[in-house]
Each structure stands twice: as structure tokens, then as C-alpha cells.
Design a protein. Structure first.
Length: 639
């Protein structure tokens, strides 16, 4: 028996089902043990449930999306410029699409052979006889879900395929494929870090599962030689949110789309499904594509998960209790669920004080673990997607909220703060460029510093949102979908939807509140350990070992000036004119002594510095004063 057998079945037909057959159906479909065939037959007979409730119980968004009957594509051909068309094959082409057709539908013809065509959906197919017959060009190193194809007009065996796993290249018409691993084009929904030392980074990717690596791993193609990529896949599907038990980093909570979450015991290679279920006879729960989860910071045995209700488990996801009714405006029909929770946070100060947001614009608050709820979004713009809610770590009654309107072609940046638990709200979007806001994080060390990720950039505010500054150098104009601050190392992890994950050390950024009112300032550098190998090579053909150092300047306006470095015996060791941008900026300096100052330095300091193997002279141990336009600013110490 299958689920559809119970859709519309009559009372009489249901009661005629053999009890053993019904019991086997219940166990095969993992109904809770309390639902036995005998109990269900009794409940149906007494009118407590309907036979169709068995089918309803098994309904979920993921299954409903892909279990929907799909008519395969058809290929038509015209040899007279589109005046007439002829279907090239019999029937439909099955097993190409498994869901909505708008996701695929491309067709290509070889520029040198009118009978050689390519079509694709989940697999990629080719036909050599004008579409009468097809064969697959899939391969183990080629991801499914194909969206683009380029055919080299000068060599039609040279193909470039774009799919949900990146880019594949073939030089023999698709019989063999190379995978282009070099482009950093990961589409991350989420990013997270645990508290190990060194800490590990986790990320959920669009259609590429959840991956994990130690944060000290370097991005390198060396793994092609070693055979060991530093990143490890720990979950398939569309990678979703991640939480890690602070007491045991082997316990990881994550999953894939539509609320399919699991508790992973990585040490024992065990995976336990933890998705909450509705009770038999109730309407199925609605789970967002990216279902929110949250481990309680007060007790890591307690896990929260949002459907259209908020669920709480007191035992790591083994059992669930719905601690709210529906916190949305209700479900809306469509090929993906709508009317679902999208974001959850718990107060770091008060256990059981929770705030949740939905994809239809509602924000609800409870201060009693869900016994009562209050809608706190009536003052905010309505009918938008609540992309993030977050309690402040610095003020117990402060809540931040970001809303996203791009689904209504509204690109306004909506960023709000409330200092009274949502009774009143203040718009702090200020000078943010028009772009939907996906995420907000508050700096854990300074209440005035906020970070916001939009569809085009990452921003920082040093004055609680009164003004915003875009990050520039090193970070492309790309959608920032998630941010996570690893507090022990003071790193900001930036999950982008298109250019993978970036890491930013926050020490300099966290000095912004003291710098923003300055016309010009230099961030005091930490002492540097001298290395006698500066300027040397490990071997003849190796790269030169050069110091990794930069100055960090803050400038209120664009401009120019001259910086000078002076030794403690008043010898100018280096001087350079530079142009300044607005805001914080790095200026590299390799700790070199200006060649023309070598003799003077040796005399004044009674030393005998000589050139290193690369021809440069590097600064010895000592203290050096940084001057900007002849005005002292800070000191550089080389130990």
C-alpha cells in the first residue's frame, strides 16, 4: 500500500483493509509506535480521524513537490524558420524533470550539425538524430540540475556545462568531463563555527549539502596531489542551518530543505532524524525551504525548530513539543510552502524569552517559553519576509530585525531596532544602498557595532545604524546570506551566495567607534616578531620569505599624503606618498629599509646591516615612529 491509496478512500473500503497489511504500511512509513493498525481502525470507526488522515500525515513539502505528477518535456523541430513544427519523438521524455518546468527547459543545437542537439534538466542528454533518440552525458564527477551549456563553434566536441555543482568541461562531446574546481563560486545559505581549538567552519550550500573544515585550512589545489580536500561533506541535499553542541563538537544538528533535520554523531558515524511531526488528524506542518533551528545557549540539550509553529525539544531532538500555535498568517498554496517561520533567536540573558519571524512578515515574542505569545511587528512594514531577528547581547530588552521585500520587487533595505522588546521600533537603515537585507549581527564586544549583509554587499556601522560603511577591498559585490562571529578568535565569517566563504579578523574593525570622528588615524599595530629569514629562500626556485605586514589607516575623506617611518635615533628608514580612500584601508609595507638610508642607519645605530638574498634590507629589532605629514601617529615595535 502507498500514501495515495488513502486519498479519498471510503469508510467501507478502509475498514475492509486487512489489519496486518495496514500495520505493515504504518511501520514501513515510520508512523509513531502509538499508531497501531488496531488503534487507527478504532479511531476511524469512532469518527476521531478520517481514513484520508493517513495520507495527510505523510504529506510534507519536499515529497509533495517532487511527488507531483510531472509531464516530461517534448522536442519540436522546424526546418522553415518556425512556420511549421514537427515533434521529433513519440510520447514524452520522462525522467528529465522531476518538478516545476520553469527550472529547466533549455535546448541547444550544434553549430555544425543540425541533427546534434542537447537538452537538460536533472540529467543532460544529447541526440545525434535530430531528437528521435537520446543518450545521457552524465558522469560521476558531474552534478545534477543542469542550467547552461556552451558549445565551442570551432570544436563542437568542446563543451562547457553549468550545473548546480559548478562548471564541467568536456573535449570529447561529453563522454568524459573535467570538473573546474578552481573558481570559488560556492552558494552558501548559511555559515557557522564551533568552539573547538582550532575552530571548525560549517556551511550549507545550495544543492551541495553541508560541508565542514578547520578554519586554518588554506584554499589550495594541493589537495589534487594529496587526495585529501580539507573540506568534508557531512550532509546532502540543499545544505541548511547548522548548530553544534558546545560540550561535544561531534554532535552536529543540520539537514536539508523543508525541515529535514538530523542529529549527527560524527564520532560514531550515526545519523538520527529529528524532524517534528504533526499529530494524526492535524494539518501537516509547513516548513520553510531553509527551516530555522537554534540550540539554546542556556542548555545545549534544548533545541528549537520552526515550522509554521515553534517546536522545542528538551532531549536533543528525540521528542518535540509545539510551544506555539500557528505564528503566521496561514498557508498559501504554491509549489513551495508559504506561511512558515524563517528565523529564531533566544535571549542570551533570559531562558525561554524567544523571538521568531515568518516569511509573511510577522514577528512574535514570548517571555514564558511559549505559554503566551505577542505579535510585535504591527508597527513595521507588512507582508515582507523576516530575514533575521536577534536579541542584543548588551541590552536585555533590545531586539534587531531585518525584513526583505525582493519577492515583491521591493529592494528597500529594512533594518530596525527596538529597545523595549518590540513595543516600538526605530528604522536604522540610514544610508544603506537599495538592496534587500538578508542578515544582521551585533558585535559581541561593542554594542555600537553592527554588521549587515545585503544582496550586493557587506556593511558595518560603528554608531548603531546611524551610518553604514560598505566593505570593499577583497570582498566582491555579492549577495551576503549569512554572518557568524566566532568569539574566541574574534573572526567574522561571511557566507556569500555565489563567492563562497570569507573570513575577517575583527580587531581593527572594532576600533571604528574611536576612529570615525577622526580626520585621519592610524591603527596601532601589534608588535612583530623579527625573523632572520626575511628576504631568504628555502631553495633556489622557491618564493622569497617576506614579512606579512600592513598599516591600517582611517580617513574621513579621500585624499593623499606622505607617511614616514623614523627609527629611535631619528633616521628616516622609509617614506612613501599614498592616496587615501574613505574609511578603513590597508597599506602593505614589507618592513624594508630604504636603500639610500642604509649607510646612515648603520652609522647612527652602530650596526652592520646588509642586503638579504633578495637584494633588500629589512628592519632590525627596535622601535619605529610612524609619521603622517610630519606628525607622529603611532609606534611600530619589532621584537
Amino acid at each position: 500500500m502507498v500514501k495515495t491509496d488513502f486519498e479519498g478512500i471510503s469508510f467501507e473500503a478502509f475498514m475492509a483493509i486487512d489489519t496486518a497489511l495496514l500495520e505493515r504500511f504504518l511501520r514501513d512509513n515510520k508512523f509513531p509506535e502509538q499508531y497501531t493498525a488496531t488503534k487507527i481502525r478504532t479511531d476511524v470507526k469512532n469518527g476521531k480521524i478520517k481514513p484520508s488522515d493517513l495520507a495527510l500525515y505523510l504529506s510534507d513539502a519536499n515529497a509533495d513537490l517532487f511527488d507531483t505528477p510531472v509531464v516530461g518535456p517534448e522536442v519540436f523541430r522546424s526546418d522553415d524558420g518556425g512556420a511549421t513544427w514537427v515533434k521529433t519523438h513519440e510520447g514524452y521524455l520522462d525522467d528529465i524533470y522531476y518538478s516545476y518546468g520553469y527550472y529547466f527547459g533549455m535546448i541547444h543545437t550544434s553549430p555544425t550539425d543540425k541533427d546534434r542537439i542537447y537538452i537538460y534538466g536533472v540529467p543532460i542528454l544529447t541526440s545525434a538524430d535530430g531528437g528521435q533518440t537520446f543518450s545521457s552525458l552524465d558522469a560521476p564527477n558531474v552534478h545534477a540540475d543542469h542550467h547552461a551549456l556552451w558549445i565551442n563553434p570551432r570544436n563542437t566536441n568542446h563543451l562547457v556545462n553549468g550545473n548546480d555543482g559548478g562548471v564541467n568541461i568536456s573535449y570529447d562531446g561529453g563522454q568524459n568531463w573535467l570538473k573546474a574546481n578552481q573558481p570559488t563560486v560556492g552558494q552558501f545559505y548559511t555559515v557557522y563555527a564551533d568552539n573547538q581549538s582550532p575552530y571548525h567552519v560549517y556551511g550549507g550550500l545550495q544543492d551541495n549539502g553541508v560541508w565542514e573544515a578547520v578554519h586554518t585550512a588554506t584554499e589550495s589545489v594541493r589537495w589534487h596531489q594529496s587526495g585529501h580536500n580539507p573540506w568534508t561533506s557531512i550532509m546532502g541535499g540543499d545544505g541548511m542551518q547548522i548548530q553544534v553542541d558546545n560540550r561535544d563538537a561531534n554532535i552536529v544538528y543540520t539537514g536539508y530543505q523543508f525541515g529535514n533535520y538530523f542529529r549527527l554523531d560524527r564520532k560514531n558515524n550515526k545519523r538520527t532524524s529529528i524532524q517534528p511531526k504533526h499529530r494524526l488528524g492535524e494539518a501537516p506542518l509547513r516548513f520553510n525551504w531553509q527551516t530555522p533551528i537554534l540550540l539554546s545557549s542556556h542548555n545545549n540539550d534544548i533545541l528549537y525548530l520552526g515550522s509554521n509553529k515553534l517546536h522545542r525539544s528538551l532531549n536533543k531532538g528525540d521528542d518535540w513539543t509545539a510551544i506555539s500555535e500557528d505564528l503566521t498568517t496561514g498557508g498559501t498554496p504554491g509549489n513551495v510552502p508559504y506561511g512558515t517561520l524563517t528565523t529564531i533567536d533566544e535571549s542570551p540573558n533570559t531562558f525561554g524569552m524567544l523571538v521568531v519571524g515568518s516569511d509573511d512578515g510577522l514577528i512574535h515574542l514570548t517571555d514564558d517559553s511559549g505559554a503566551s505569545w505577542k505579535c510585535i511587528s504591527n508597527e513595521l512594514p507588512q507582508d515582507l519576509w523576516v530575514s533575521r531577528v536577534q536579541f542584543s547581547k548588551h541590552h536585555p530588552t533590545r531586539i534587531y530585525a531585518t525584513l526583505n521585500g525582493y519577492r515583491w520587487d521591493d529592494f528597500t533595505p529594512y533594518v530596525y531596532v527596538s529597545d523595549d522588546l518590540g513595543t516600538t521600533w526605530q528604522n536604522i537603515s540610514s544610508n544603506l544602498a537599495n538592496s534587500p537585507v538578508n542578515v544582521l549581527r551585533e558585535d559581541p564586544t561593542n554594542e555600537h557595532i553592527l554588521y549587515v549583509g545585503t544582496d550586493n554587499a557587506l556593511y558595518v556601522s560603528a554608531d548603531q545604524g546611524a551610518s553604514w560603511h560598505a566593505f570593499g577591498e577583497g570582498l566582491p559585490a555579492v549577495a551576503v546570506h549569512d554572518l557568524y562571529i566566532q568569539q574566541e578568535e574574534n573572526d567574522l565569517l561571511i557566507g556569500t551566495h555565489g563567492r563562497s566563504i570569507y573570513k575577517l579578523e575583527l580587531e581593527e574593525v572594532q576600533q571604528l567607534p574611536e576612529l570615525v570622528n577622526s580626520t585621519f588615524a592610524v591603527v596601532a599595530p601589534s608588535p612583530i616578531k623579527h625573523n632572520k629569514r626575511w628576504g631568504q629562500k628555502r631553495s633556489t626556485w622557491a618564493k622569497t620569505n617576506t614579512p606579512d605586514f600592513h598599516w591600517t589607516f582611517f580617513s574621513q575623506q579621500r585624499g593623499s599624503g606622505v607617511w614616514t617611518l623614523v627609527s629611535d635615533k631619528n633616521v628616516t628608514v622609509f617614506e612613501s606618498a599614498i592616496s587615501l580612500s574613505r574609511g578603513l584601508q590597508h597599506v602593505p609595507y614589507q618592513l624594508k629599509l630604504a636603500p639610500e638610508m642604509l649607510d646612515k642607519f648603520n652609522r647612527k645605530h652602530a650596526t652592520a646591516l646588509t642586503k638579504a638574498a633578495d637584494g633588500h634590507v629589512y628592519l632590525p629589532k627596535g622601535s619605529y615612529t610612524f609619521m603622517w605629514n610630519d606628525m607622529p601617529q603611532t609606534t611600530l615595535v619589532i621584537e
